[in-house]
Write a protein that binds this ligand. Sequence first.
Ligand SMILES: Cc1cc2nc3c(=O)[nH]c(=O)nc-3n(C[C@H](O)[C@H](O)[C@H](O)COP(=O)(O)O)c2cc1C
Length: 398
Amino acid sequence: MATYAGVPVCIKDLENIARASMPVDAWGYYDSGANSEQTKLNNTFAFDEYRLHPRMLRDVSAISTETTVLGQRIRTPLGVAPCAMHKLAHSEGELATSRAAASHGSIMILSTYSTTSLERVIAQGGGATQYWMQLYVYRDRAVSESIVRRAEKAGFKALVLTVDAPILGRRLVDARNKFNPPAHLHLENFMDPSVVNQAGGYVPDLAKSTAETFGATFGANGDQSLSWENGIAWLKTITTLPIIVKGILTKEDTELAIQYGCAGVIVSNHGGRQLDGTLASIDALPQVVEAAQDKIEVYMDGGIRRGSDIFKALALGARAVFVARPVLWGLAYKGEEGARLALELLQSELELTMALAGTANTGQIDESFVYQPTNRWVRYKPAPAQGGRRRRELAAKL
Ligand SMILES: Cc1cc2nc3c(=O)[nH]c(=O)nc-3n(C[C@H](O)[C@H](O)[C@H](O)COP(=O)(O)O)c2cc1C
């Protein structure tokens, strides 16, 4: 457990504790973004460009953060994003995160590259929350299909297909550190006897995969020819679970997600770990919400570090948000208790923001509560015919 002079009272404190207590290379793996980390940094800073536009004298004596996701009521719009290898932060890894998420009522999206098998992770929840299974599609479709079958059997409520990682982004920090995690960690989802390849046997490299061989495994097995047709349409032939596409940043791809019958999209740039230089997630959100036209659900992740960030995302149209690094930092601080603390800190800040902004429930939060003093577009729109040079430049950039 980390030593810390004070009590952590915000996510920044948890970040500082994790940075000070984790091995340098494991910290680097969690923290790093791709290349010059523009997108990673932008994800957090971009929230500052949206100011709150609060209303007064409204009854905020009872605050509720309840909402619905995929037709189910949930206590909070704050969930856990899929992250590989929680055991780098704490020996109990995903089991601890799972208990924390369940007790908090947060949806947990489990990474395919977890260091604990999906069956063991969901078993910790005791039915207290929803679990969604994150997927990659492999060249050998039998491998992906076996994960889908196990997720269905174990009770996962949705499949989250990550589409922004046909190959792994280049993370300079990991390259510099020669990131080489402990050999006792395994990508346990690939160690189950049910993971068979088309020849009917284990997939040798994935089955033996340690975190050390992760990057190579990823590249060698992922299907870089994946498309809407051979990916989403194929997935729909093998499962009836709702499909959520993770890694969407544009209105064009949102329209395709609707066309291909997805249940939702997660506006995300993978925490800035894939393509560097993209829009921040919060900046991409409005155009996705507009294109979704309430036909599919829109969620987002990336850069959320405060309850007011969650509020802004909800105001701009996200139905729910997910956090990755804050939970990993909490896990590094104190296992299950620390992961729960990360969620609780964000939750209580969200409730405080709602009360001070004059919103008693999530249904009252809409775009009238955010404002961009820099005159940037809040909604994605084509350049106006008459709108001044700066506006046209900014609209053209989008
Ligand atoms: C250490 C780490 C591992 C991740 N592993 C995965 C993964 O296995 N699958 C995936 O879809 N996204 C993965 N992500 C991306 C997150 O799901 C999410 O999109 C992003 O990190 C959210 O931003 P935040 O960390 O600022 O909250 C990972 C992110 C981190 C930081």
